[in-house]
Design a protein around this ligand. Structure first.
Ligand code: DX5
Ligand code: ZN
Length: 205
């Protein structure tokens, strides 16, 4: 199991948290961006993130919880991230954004909220690289895994083709078992509120 660590709920400040994550065997740094419209919270501006990640060497897994992904993608392309994921609920036609990311050599993920059916993704599954299954309602770290999402993960695993499945929210050493048919799990507070980040990450792997 690959692990993407989210730094938004941590015992330390963001830059310190990211520097500690960089000393672990984490596979990705998960960058949660919230605009205060698609989700209630508004968190970091682009120049905050640029400062936070200036010493980062992990592949960036950017998760845009925003109403207007295009305006954010234009900024985040500059960081040469590994992947940018936006929400299917935020766009009418994701094809242009998928092409824009691929034209810039960036993998494209589509995220689906707990109440969004997989059918919404069907037309795009053969064009994207990642399906981000939200296992909490997006907007903050430290929430509990929604058990019903395991079926969605298992359904996607049955029809998996060229995309990877990533679970995001409430992942810890117990719920990672529920998400066992994923390729990647995102974990934030389980890792970043702990004393020993690496010990927690190894438990998830
Ligand atoms: C929630 C974010 C998640 C969250 C994960 O809106 O997309 O990435 O930060 O944090 P935990 O693992 O604490 O749920
Ligand atoms: Zn996330």
């Amino acid at each position: 199991m690959k692990v993407a660590v989210s730094f938004i709920k941590s015992k330390y400040l963001e830059k310190e948290t990211i520097d500690i994550i960089n000393q672990t065997s984490a596979d990705f740094l998960h960058v949660d961006i919230m605009d205060g419209k698609f989700v209630e919270n508004k968190n970091y501006d682009f120049d905050d993130i640029e400062m936070f990640v200036k010493d980062n060497h992990l592949p960036l897994d950017v998760h845009l919880m925003v109403e207007d992904p295009l305006s954010y993608i234009e900024d985040y392309i500059k960081l040469k991230p590994y992947n940018i994921t936006f929400h299917i609920e935020a766009v009418r036609n994701p094809l242009m954004l998928i092409d824009l990311l691929h034209d810039n050599g960036i993998k494209c993920g589509l995220a689906i909220n707990p109440d969004t059916p997989i059918s919404m993704l069907m037309p795009y599954l053969n064009k994207i690289d990642t399906v981000l299954v939200m296992t909490v309602y997006p907007g903050k770290g430290g929430q509990s895994y929604i058990k019903g999402m395991t079926n969605k993960i298992d359904e996607l695993a049955k029809i998996k083709s060229n995309f990877v499945i990533e679970a995001d929210g409430g992942i810890n050493n117990e719920t990672v078992e529920d998400a066992k048919n994923c390729d990647i799990v995102v974990s934030g507070s389980y890792v970043c509120m702990a004393d020993d980040y690496e010990e927690k990450i190894l438990k998830l792997k």
